[in-house]
Structure formats: structure tokens, C-alpha cells
Design a protein around this ligand. Structure first.
Ligand code: NAD
Length: 503
């Protein structure tokens, strides 16, 4: 395929390619066509070819799914059964996912260009583990007894919030599905999931497995479709009680507006980022360079926490940059089914063109292109690992989320300067600090305004670790018990003690 350690060619013989079994909408426990009969194409980013046509849901289909979810919430068994029973069914759901790992991983690789080797070892088993984590939480949801100041007995009940709409992006289709759906199931809610239009296939497969596991009809519905139609119908729906959204800031704003203009439903927003990685003079340069490259090239840079702004302390700048460039040039770009490849194609043509136009913008703004900057090959949406030096915080490539394999390098002198520049952004999703000096690590992690701080590591996401943004990266946490509380509401119950008058 050309330069940059690229590995072309499809290694499909190593993998049993999946037959596409599920392409309809999943409403009330059945796969159904959309009311309009319309379908849309889902595209293979390796070559731009159509993988399958998928039913295109619109407002009327969302209405049907909400009707089913409403009935399942108001009258069905799911919110009424014990947490232990919900947990048992969720455990079965997780087991079924483990039994279908290869097929699910292949669907995400086909739809999103994700590395198959990581899908089958991390994304899909990880999705099953997330469901197990929340299955274990389902029977541990309880309120508290209140210490009232008067002769009153008071306690709180934590009740499921109701019907939830989940609107999710394409970059981690399985992780996103499981991290939204599992705490919501554990809480006893019912739901409608709208996968991103680029990656509908694994969500439909999960719906099929949920039914096999015994999740009652109407509890989990999947409506594929476009954002302004199916997505907007969810955020403006009068009978949806909560929207949990992951995606871009612009769309997050639209979701919030629609929620406010309809039934004032609460929303949680997991949005974009422009995360800093700060590498201090005392860092091990091999480790630091590997971490910095993973931070920008993992999942081809289509990661909300991608560390796209690299601040290097002046004493190691030249040596570290040399290593980064050497390693980036050798980074294997190519078919995501090939186990030797480290970077697959960008998700679609639109994203591919957007990234290339940011690269052109970087050159125009006066940044120095050290390596990369071009597409790889002539087919598919592959882009070279790209590194710019001489960048400044007021350049577009430093200010805006590119969501691709494009790294901006900057030099700093002091810890105070690094903190000030790291915080010079509208975003606040994550930050990475690389140092062996505990005082420096502690100072930076307490001063940086970001929802996750990773010291000497990257993407240290865990089921037990709350994840979500500060500032314009959104609000509301995924993972950890915080995520269950997103789908619960607190009821206070009070009664007088000893027949005392209540006033
Ligand atoms: P996007 O905002 O374009 O789309 C996200 C979802 O919203 C899709 O399902 C889309 O169909 C839907 N949507 C689009 N318009 C809508 C509307 N008007 N009303 C309701 N729904 C609508 O984002 P994207 O391009 O799919 O994903 C990339 C963005 O997501 C990046 O900004 C990235 O940082 C962010 N992201 C954030 C996290 C996180 O956890 N913070 C994780 C992954 C991605």
C-alpha cells in the first residue's frame, strides 16, 4: 500500500467472515421492517463497498419502540422482578456474547474498520464483562434511612427512571452499546438504542442475544437510522424519561435543546475532547514515545480521549521527537483483519476527508509536518500516522477535535506552564502525565481540568472507574456505580413516629 510500514491486502482467509443475519429494526422482541420500508447502506471502510442494507427507522418507528418500552416499563416484569433475577438474566446475556466473540468482532471490523485482533480480545469480551459488572450491581441498589431532625421516620427509594433513549457513536460500537445498556438494565429501566448509522450491525446482534438470554420483549429495542430523524425523534419524545448521549458537542447541544423543548427530560452527554499528554524530562523515552503514539493512533485516532496535544519538556524534546517520528513511520497501517496491522481505515469517507482537510489546514497555519499527511493506497479510507511540530494553541489543529491520527507537538519549560497550556482548551475529557516524580504527577493531576487523569498510562478505562467529561466534554458518568445512578431517581418517603403530630 505504500510507505509508513503499511500492510495492504486483505487477510480474510484467517477469519471466517460473518454472514449478516440481522438488518431490521428490533422492536418489542421482534425484528421488523421500518414502517416506511426504507433502508440504508452500511459501508465497509476498507474499500467503500456495501456490506448490507439496513432498515431505516424514523419517527414512526421510534414511536412504536417507545410504546413497547413504555408498556414493558409500566406493566412488564423487568422493573418488578428482583435485582437478583435481573442479574441472572444479564449474566446469561454476557455468556452468549462470549460464545459469539469472533462474529461480533468481525461485524465491528467490517462496519468501523476496527482491528479484529483487538475486537476479539478486548472490545467484545469487554462488553460481556461490563454486562457482568452491572449484573452484579442489580441486587445492590438501595436507598438509605434518613436521620430526620424531627420525630419522623424517613427513607429513600432508588427507583428506575423509566424509558431511556441511548444515542451512541460509531467508534466503539460494542463498548458503547454495553456501557449504556448494562447499568440501565440493572436499574430496571426499559430502553431504545439508536446506534450510529455507520455501525448498526453489532447492536442488532446484541438485541438478538438479549432475547435469547430472556430479557423480556419491549425492554431493549434497537432503532437504526439517521441522527436528524431517528435520533431527533428520541431526544424530543414526550414519553422518553431520559436520554443518554455519546457523540459530538454540536449534536449534544441539539439533544439538550430538544429535551428542554419537549418534556424536560434529563440528559447526560459524553462529548468530544482534545486531551493533553504532558511528558516531563525524567520520563523513560521508549515508554513515553510508545504511550504518546498509542494515545493518538489507537483506533486510528477515532477515540474521544485521544491525546492529540503532546507537550514535551524542553530537555528531552529533540530526542523524543526523533523516536516518535521513527516509530510513526514504521506503524503498520492496513487491513484491520490482518493481525500485524496496528491501524485500520477511518470509519467512512466523510471522516476520512475531514481528517485530510485538517491536515491541509495545519500546513496552511504554518505547522511543520514531520511525518505522514497523506492517504495510504488508493482504495479505502486509510491515512498515514501524522505528526506536526511548531504548533500553537490558537491553531485549528490544536484547538479542534480532529478524531484521526494527527498529533500536534509543543515544547514547554516548567510544570506551571504545562498545566496552564494543558488547560487552555474548551474540552476536559482526559489528560495523561508521564513522569517518575510523584510531586509533579500529583500537582498536575490535581490542577488539570479533566474527568480522567492517567499517570504513566493511557486509556486506563475500567468497569469500576467513573468516566466522563469536565467543561465542554459533557456531564454524567459512564462506568462505575455512578452510571447506575444515571438511570435511577430518588424518592423520599416520610412517616411520623410515635403517632406524633406531623407538623
Ligand atoms: P455525532 O454527534 O455526529 O453522532 C453521534 C450519534 O448522534 C449518532 O448516533 C448520530 O446518528 C446521532 N445524531 C446525529 N444528529 C442527531 C440529532 N440531531 N439528534 C439526535 N441524534 C443525532 O458524533 P459521531 O461523529 O458519531 O462521533 C464522534 C464524536 O463522538 C466525537 O466528537 C467524539 O469525541 C465523540 N465521542 C465521545 C465519547 C465519550 O465518551 N465522551 C466516546 C466516543 C465518541
Amino acid at each position: 500500500m505504500g510507505s509508513h510500514g503499511d500492510i495492504g491486502g486483505t487477510n480474510e482467509s484467517l477469519v471466517k467472515m460473518p454472514t449478516i443475519k440481522f438488518t431490521k429494526l428490533f422492536i418489542n422482541g421482534e425484528f421488523v421492517e421500518s414502517i416506511s420500508g426504507k433502508t440504508f447502506e452500511t459501508i465497509d471502510p476498507r474499500n467503500g463497498e456495501v456490506i448490507a442494507r439496513v432498515a431505516e427507522g424514523d419517527k414512526e418507528d421510534v414511536d412504536l419502540a417507545v410504546e413497547a418500552a413504555r408498556a414493558a416499563f409500566d406493566h412488564g416484569p423487568w422493573p418488578r422482578m428482583s435485582g437478583a433475577e435481573r442479574g441472572r438474566i444479564m449474566m446469561k446475556f454476557a455468556d452468549l456474547i462470549n460464545q459469539n466473540v469472533e462474529e461480533l468482532a468481525a461485524l465491528d471490523s467490517l462496519d468501523a474498520g476496527k482491528l479484529f485482533s483487538l475486537g476479539k480480545t478486548i472490545d467484545i469480551p469487554g462488553a460481556a464483562e461490563t454486562i457482568r459488572y452491572y449484573a452484579g450491581a442489580a441486587d445492590k441498589i438501595h436507598g438509605e434511612v434518613l436521620k430526620m431532625s424531627r420525630p419522623l421516620h424517613g427513607y429513600t427509594l432508588l427507583e428506575p427512571i423509566g424509558v431511556v433513549g441511548h444515542i451512541i457513536p460509531w467508534n466503539f460500537p460494542s463498548t458503547m452499546f454495553s456501557l449504556k445498556v448494562s447499568p440501565c438494565l440493572a436499574a430496571g429501566c426499559t430502553m431504545i438504542v439508536k446506534p450510529a448509522e455507520q455501525t448498526p450491525l453489532s447492536a442488532l446482534y446484541y438485541a438478538h442475544l438479549a432475547k435469547l438470554a430472556g430479557i423480556p420483549d419491549g425492554v431493549l429495542n434497537v432503532v437504526n437510522g439517521y441522527g436528524p430523524t431517528a435520533g431527533a425523534a428520541i431526544s424530543s419524545h414526550m414519553d422518553i424519561d431520559k436520554v443518554s448521549f455519546t457523540g459530538s458537542g454540536e449534536v449534544g447541544r441539539e439533544v439538550m435543546k430538544a429535551a428542554a423543548a419537549s418534556n424536560l427530560k434529563p440528559v447526560s452527554l459524553e462529548l468530544g475532547g482534545k486531551s493533553p499528554i504532558i511528558i516531563f524530562d525524567d520520563a523513560d523515552l521508549d515508554m513515553a514515545s510508545e504511550l504518546a503514539l498509542m494515545g493518538i493512533l489507537f483506533n486510528k485516532g477515532e477515540v474521544c480521549v485521544a491525546t492529540s496535544r503532546l507537550y514535551i519538556q524542553e530537555g528531552i524534546y529533540d530526542e523524543l521527537v526523533k523516536k516518535l517520528v521513527e516509530k510513526a513511520k514504521a506503524w503498520a497501517v492496513g487491513d484491520p483483519f490482518n493481525p500485524e496491522v496496528r491501524q485500520g481505515p477511518q470509519v467512512d469517507k466523510r471522516q476520512f476527508e475531514k481528517i485530510l482537510s485538517y491536515i491541509e489546514q495545519g500546513k496552511k497555519e504554518g505547522a511543520t509536518l514531520l511525518t505522514g499527511g497523506n492517504r495510504v493506497g488508493n482504495t479505502g479510507y486509510y491515512i498515514e500516522p501524522t505528526i506536526f511540530a511548531d504548533t500553537k494553541e490558537d491553531m485549528q489543529i490544536v484547538k479542534e477535535e480532529i478524531f484521526g491520527p494527527v498529533l500536534a507537538l509543543m515544547k514547554f519549560k516548567t510544570t506551571e506552564e504545562a498545566i496552564q497550556r494543558a488547560n487552555n482548551t474548551k474540552y476536559g475529557l482526559a489528560a495523561v502525565v508521564v513522569t517518575n516524580n510523584l510531586n509533579v504527577a500529583n500537582t498536575v493531576s490535581r490542577s488539570v481540568r479533566a474527568g480522567s487523569v492517567w499517570i504513566n498510562c493511557y486509556l486506563a478505562i475500567d468497569n469500576d472507574c467513573p468516566f466522563g467529561g469536565y467543561k465542554m466534554s459533557g456531564f454524567g458518568k459512564d462506568f462505575g456505580m455512578d452510571a447506575v445512578h444515571k438511570y435511577l431517581q430518588v424518592k423520599a418517603v416520610v412517616t411520623p413516629l410515635h403517632n406524633s403530630p406531623w407538623l
